[in-house]
Design a protein around this ligand. Structure first.
Ligand SMILES: [Fe+2]
Ligand SMILES: [Fe+2]
Length: 349
């Protein structure tokens, strides 16, 4: 190119395609296979707790959360999924607020008296319960037990904030604890077996957002029921070659996965090594119980209970449990499927 052309292009903020093309797909950092051991996470949280009084933290962030940051990323575990490990000490409250991002809690170390309050209802957080705190619903966390509770926060923040550059509208409640206005079991009763008769059947829940996807209601998936579905599957059916005995959490509004328009969640019971495959969606795993390894592009990520690991897009991987193991699988696959862009292939050869 002549220097005249180069200068003209520079002055006009235009660039030829052959140059632009080189940088396409490289704007975001590359997610790497990586594992965080529970022991390290626990040490980090304990250290934060001793160092930083929670009341010194800025309003809206008065919470003790350790966030796994992928070695190839700046602020999250992946380009689409944010995951944090949060603890709340006895007597503490994580103050009430609401936001545009989809979120859920998966209880690691819970208690009947550790409660997430969502849209007026108290949901007890027993071990391995999954509780949705959907878009724009008030939520706070109240530890009325005498033990420190820990759970996973999973949100679609990197997708919303970094990839789409959308505003995650965020609002603090005027009260630290929102009023409990519903009896326990209300949300389950309205979105489990039955629907309120006479109301619109488009599944709309009041909120500031519009879209094509049915909103996810506030909901608690109790672990005992989930575990029973996994065992029934294992006792009666063949495993998925790549994911073992795998049950996807449904959006109670539709009765079908994905749980959120942006993220899908599975409970996976592994009894034998799986076949290798790869796909363009990212997978983040939390080890609910058991030990084993996940082989990612030749690298063995060896895991035990409560470890967290990530499998990057387009990377061959398979699981090898030592004995029986259960994983929580989290994926951004619904985003790819929404645009007819999901691709997956066997890699067992
Ligand atoms: Fe939140
Ligand atoms: Fe996979």
């Amino acid at each position: 190119m002549s220097s005249d052309t180069e200068q003209l292009l520079e002055e006009t903020d235009l660039r030829p395609l052959w140059e632009v093309e080189k940088s396409m797909g490289n704007v975001y950092d590359d997610v790497q296979p990586q594992l965080w051991q529970w022991e390290e996470i626990q040490r980090a949280i304990d250290s934060i707790e001793q160092d930083v009084p929670i009341e010194d933290l800025p309003p809206g962030f008065q919470r003790r959360v350790a966030v796994p940051i992928n070695v190839g990323m700046e602020n999250a575990i992946s380009n689409t999924i944010y995951l944090g490990v949060q603890t709340v000490s006895p007597g503490e409250t994580a103050p009430s607020h609401r936001h545009g991002a989809n979120a859920l809690r998966f209880t690691i170390d819970g208690h009947e008296e550790m409660k997430t309050v969502v849209a007026g209802e108290e949901f007890p957080m027993r071990n391995n319960d999954l509780i949705t705190t959907p878009q724009w619903e008030w939520h706070d966390h109240v530890n009325d037990s005498d033990e420190t509770a820990a759970w996973l926060d999973v949100l679609d923040l990197p997708l919303v904030l970094d990839s789409l550059n959308a505003t995650n509208v965020f609002e603090n409640h005027e009260l630290e604890r929102q009023p409990v206005t519903k009896t326990q079991g209300y949300w389950d009763s309205q979105y489990g077996q039955a629907r309120p008769a006479g109301e619109s059947d488009d599944g709309s829940i009041p909120g500031p957002f519009e879209g094509n996807c049915a909103p996810t209601p506030p909901y608690r998936f109790g672990w005992q029921e989930t575990l029973e579905t996994l065992h029934q599957r294992a006792d009666n059916d063949d495993p998925d070659p790549y994911d073992g005995y795998s049950m996807a959490y449904v959006n109670p509004n539709t009765g079908e996965p994905p749980l959120f328009p942006t993220m899908s969640f599975r409970a996976q019971l592994l009894q034998e090594p799986t076949d290798a495959h790869f796909h363009n969606a990212t997978e983040v795993f939390f080890v609910i119980e058991g030990e084993g390894a996940t082989h990612v592009d030749g690298e063995a990520l060896e895991w035990g209970q409560w470890d967290i690991f990530v499998v990057p897009p387009d990377t061959p991987h398979h699981h090898e449990p030592d004995d029986e193991a259960i994983l929580l699988g989290i994926t951004d696959r619904p985003v790819f499927e929404a645009f007819n862009f999901y691709a997956e292939a066997d890699a067992s050869e």
